[in-house]
Design a binder for this molecule. Structure first.
Ligand SMILES: [Fe+2]
Ligand SMILES: [Fe+2]
Length: 197
């Protein structure tokens, strides 16, 4: 009996899920908020966990700023007026993130810096982006363009996360911040001493 050759089974691939740029960024805001929340719940008696979470938060927030500055803000320049303010808010965020990394995770100062970072982040990510800029670009940029930019954002974020070079740079930035923390404190203490004389 001859067996009739069967047509090869066609493997059906699930269609790649496309997301708009604003959805990609809002979801990433949630990742960052999640890390911040975990940090708030971790007591000073667990300094190693606090430090590991701070490192993770630093990396995710820096990558977030990078993909917005490289891709999202330039692509949306003509549909929103909020880009210049967003750039300066990123500088403020980066400064506050640096203050947190420099703080001793067992200290009260760490909790203060974390509280300030939370406020600065929500002011930028929730009020200025999610509630103002994102609805504006969704209204004027069009679905197709938002999805195309969303794909680029996701690809860049993935490539940064898996890049050994990018990881090494972030690690170096954290190390340098912590190394200069003592120097800054020393200089400040020196200035305070001179003023007191
Ligand atoms: Fe931003
Ligand atoms: Fe953002």
């Amino acid at each position: 009996m001859r067996v009739k050759p069967q047509a090869p089974t066609r493997v059906r691939r699930a269609p790649a899920e496309h997301k708009t740029a604003t959805r990609v960024l809002t979801e990433h805001h949630e990742v960052i908020r999640g890390l911040l929340g975990k940090l708030k719940e971790t007591p000073p008696s667990e300094p190693h966990r606090r430090r590991a979470l701070t490192d993770e938060l630093f990396d995710e927030l820096r990558m977030h700023e990078l993909i917005e500055e490289e891709i999202f803000y330039p692509a949306m320049r003509d549909v929103t007026t909020g880009i210049a303010a967003a750039w300066s808010e990123h500088r403020h965020l980066s400064d506050q993130l640096a203050a947190l990394v420099r703080a001793d995770p067992r200290s009260e100062r760490f909790d203060r810096e974390l509280g300030v970072l939370h406020d600065v982040l929500e002011s930028h990510a929730r009020l200025d982006e999610e509630q103002e800029m994102f609805p504006e670009v969704e209204r004027f940029a069009g679905e197709e363009r938002l999805v195309e930019v969303g794909d680029r954002l996701r690809a860049r974020l993935e490539s940064l996360r898996s890049s050994r070079r990018a990881r090494a740079i972030l690690r170096l930035q954290r190390t340098l911040l912590r190394r200069t923390a003592g120097l800054t404190t020393g200089r400040r203490a020196g200035r305070a001493r001179r003023r007191a004389r």
